[in-house]
Design a binder for this molecule. Structure first.
Ligand SMILES: [Mn+2]
Length: 299
């Protein structure tokens, strides 16, 4: 296997720091590892790959243009591999790291790469997307939720596969809305379980992820008592074999007004009774219920 690397350094070429950094990476270089520190057009299995390292203050197009203008670049066939934002600044999706080195939608129309593989953006892209980014292979903090992966581009078939990585934490957050019914502890337990189970059903590696799951729970809504709420939420996470890293209930309000409680439970029963011909009926009812409670309790 041969490996080519472009580094995530966010520096100008010729910069001393960059040269030092490349030297450092060079120390780890084994024979099958190639550090790409200059724009480079390479052919692998009859397919052109244009590697463009990040360049502070420039755009990717500035480096696609020369081989395109000289006719060297095969429009519609080459694969662009680089490191930067697509379409605009995406600080939030890139772990808030600085850097830009943009590629625009117009560049895609102009130069017609067959595939684009980008680093820098930490949120994984969809597998079918005009520009692919694997996302960060390891979460930099708990805001980077879900399983992490690398992308494998098959140079023979020109197809891309996700390789989901089976190490490291998988962050997940559970946001619960508690409705006041005198049985809020059971409600919390049930909602935590349902939320995590539904995540395990939809995540690429399924239930195998459970021991690596690091869960944050946030409770909102209304309760007759706060007692035991946070402990119950934590316990519900641990009971499933996942780890609860935090649980908070800052927006969980206590009410002991019996009149309001009577109104609220009647409203809840009414909403539950309504037969809706709607695809996401449960979700919709949940939202309506939340708004109703906010009106009843004047929040
Ligand atoms: Mn970066």
């Amino acid at each position: 296997m041969k490996i080519a690397v472009t580094a995530d350094l966010h520096l100008k070429s010729g910069d001393q720091q960059q040269e030092e950094a490349f030297k450092l990476i060079g120390r780890f270089t084994v024979e099958n590892l190639k550090v790409v520190s200059e724009p480079e057009l390479r052919v692998l299995n009859d397919r052109q790959f244009l590697f463009i390292p990040y360049e502070e203050g420039k755009t990717m197009a500035e480096f696609i243009e020369p081989p395109a203008a000289s006719g060297e670049l095969e429009k519609g066939r080459f694969v662009l591999v680089s490191h930067g934002d697509f379409g605009g600044y995406r600080r939030k999706e890139s772990g808030k790291e600085a850097g830009y080195f943009p590629l625009t939608r117009n560049d895609l129309l102009e130069y017609e790469p067959a595939s684009v593989l980008l680093g820098h953006i930490h949120v994984p892209s969809a597998t079918i997307s005009e520009v692919l980014y694997p996302g960060s292979p390891y979460p930099i903090d708990e805001s980077e939720e879900g399983e992490r992966r690398i992308l494998l581009y098959d140079t023979v078939t020109a197809t891309v596969d996700s390789l989901w990585l089976d190490y490291g934490p998988v962050y997940y957050s559970v946001d619960l809305f508690v409705v006041l019914d005198g049985n809020e502890l059971a409600q919390v337990q049930k909602q935590v379980r349902e939320s995590i189970n539904s995540h395990l059903r939809s995540t690429p590696s399924g239930e195998a992820v459970c021991p690596r799951l690091r869960v944050r729970v946030s409770l909102r809504g209304f309760t007759t008592s706060r007692e035991g709420m946070i402990e119950t939420a934590k316990q519900a996470v641990e009971d499933l074999g996942a780890v609860c890293i935090s649980a908070e209930a800052r927006k969980l309000e206590v009410s002991d007004d019996e009149n309001l409680s009577t109104i609220a439970s009647k409203v809840r029963d009414k909403i539950e009774e309504i037969a809706l011909d709607y695809l996401e009926e449960d979700e919709l009812k949940k939202l309506v219920l939340q708004h109703a409670y906010e009106i009843i309790y004047r929040r």
